[in-house]
Design a binder for this molecule. Sequence first.
Ligand SMILES: [Zn+2]
Ligand SMILES: [Zn+2]
Length: 348
Amino acid sequence: MAGVEAVSEDEFRAETSGEGLPPLARVRDGLHVLPQALGSTHSPRYTLSYLVLDTAGGVHVIDPGWDSDENRARLENALDSLGRSITDVRSTVSTHLHRDHLGLADHLRDRVGAVIVLHEREQAAIERLADARDRQTPGAATARLISWGVPAGRRAELEPMSIEVTAARSSADRLVSDGDVLDIPGRRLEVLDTPGHTPGHIALVDRDERLVFTGDHLLPSIYGGIGLGGPVEDAIGDQLASLDRLEQLESGQSYAVDGMFEVLPGHGFRFTGLTARVRDTREHHLARSAEVAELLGQSSGASVWQVAEGVRWSAGWANLRPFHRFSALAQTAMHVAHLRLADEKGVG
Ligand SMILES: [Zn+2]
Ligand SMILES: [Zn+2]
């Protein structure tokens, strides 16, 4: 990817070779990155979890990662090797509700009382998803597939995918929103709202050290996906606006003169080239939107299924397995909703 440069050779190699986990590494004094396994054979294979050592002897974990015995032990060992212990963990802050970011937070609260920090909209999304799961009726999944125009013979294989299974069920002790500063002695981390991937996704900005933690909003080698935290009015619009906000970190006058940010993403490898990666990610979404707009232009009454059939998916529509086909349909539905809204507002 032009303009994107890996900061760590180990992380770059692990991500691009698809083998092994990168080691625990120092990012800055008092800030370390710990790759936590996901038990997956394709990207993302691990979450980049960040350990902030505060100046009062405490530890704060950004995106603690998937909860497994293996990951619990890896975190304990990492803290030991840094001269701190699991009992020093004071808080966890998660960029969003997915289990591969938030999962271990509950364990850390149960075990050592670590405060769970989440964006207020993310907490609301967790509750909506839990409600929807509790009230899930067999008919609900079918109704959604029918509304997308999925042919009767193709519904059965897609129905199990309708249940949102990737959200953790945690409940936060502290809710934050845009501009809030986390309670970490000796380090100033500011919350930047970046909805799109999920409704209350956040980035964290360290302006002093020119670092930005981007969760799944901006990733170096894959696109994080949109609208994965339950239905919202216009997830595509949210994502595009969030990319604009992130880009302003480097294009803002007061920061541009002082150099580039280092991006600390939720998966893959740390990198520089924030602006280039934002532009590339934006292009990817806009290209897909333009494709959907063109297909709708040819046949305005087309169903989501019919539009999705016409989109040039990288694996090819016919080859998509149920999970990916469901996700392709959901993405298409979001682009259709985004385009209709833009149309209504007269900016389409
Ligand atoms: Zn995610
Ligand atoms: Zn993730």
